[in-house]
Ligand binder design. Structure first.
Ligand SMILES: [Cu+2]
Ligand SMILES: [Zn+2]
Length: 189
């Protein structure tokens, strides 16, 4: 009889253990599902001080990266440094308002296609003879959500070209215009 009890206990033990494990188990959260961030964002650009630069830059998150489209007028013909700066304060041209290039990875300055670059390094936009710059690019580093999110930061346009190599800011001259990146209605064009 004793032997039978022991045998039964031995048979039951793993079941009890398994049962205990099952009951005591704290429900583990599943794999982190990325929160769907905003798909569209916009920056309305205005000139600082006496500058008459103005325009709109639109951002759209896609599988290939963030598509950037914009039209800016009132520029001097030629290339102008075009960056995302750390802070979204466009109250003046004072660099303290916008800070440096958005650089969450603590990298050196570069161009949009450089191996090493700031997340905010979008290179240049080019204005035609009338001072109008129309552009369309896709960037793989900036994002509209997560640690590379540009939402709430500033788009800044410089008076001169970004050489895409001089650290920390590409030697692009004064900041002539800017706008804060805000979440846009996805239904908008
Ligand atoms: Cu800049
Ligand atoms: Zn930079």
């Amino acid at each position: 009889m004793k032997k039978l009890v022991i045998a039964l206990l031995m048979l039951a033990a793993p079941v009890v253990l398994l049962g205990a494990k099952g009951e005591g188990e704290v429900p583990r959260p599943g794999p982190k599902v990325p929160r769907p961030g905003p798909k569209n964002a916009v920056a309305v650009i205005h000139g600082f001080g006496e500058s008459h630069v103005k325009g709109v830059v639109r951002f759209m998150a896609t599988e290939e990266g963030v598509v950037i489209r914009g039209e800016i007028t009132g520029l001097t013909p030629g290339k102008h440094g075009f960056h995302i700066h750390e802070f979204g304060d466009c109250s003046s041209a004072d660099p303290k308002c916008h800070g440096g290039h958005f650089n969450p990875e603590k990298k050196k300055h570069g161009g949009p296609h450089s191996e090493e670059r700031h997340v905010g390094d979008l290179g240049n936009i080019t204005a035609d003879e009338s001072g109008k710059a129309t552009f369309h690019m896709t960037d793989k580093l900036i994002a509209l959500s997560g640690s590379h999110s540009i939402v709430g930061r500033a788009v800044i346009i410089h008076g001169g070209p970004d050489d895409e190599k001089s650290d920390p800011a590409g030697n692009a001259g004064p900041r002539v215009a800017g706008g804060v990146v805000g979440i846009a209605n996805a239904g908008h064009k």
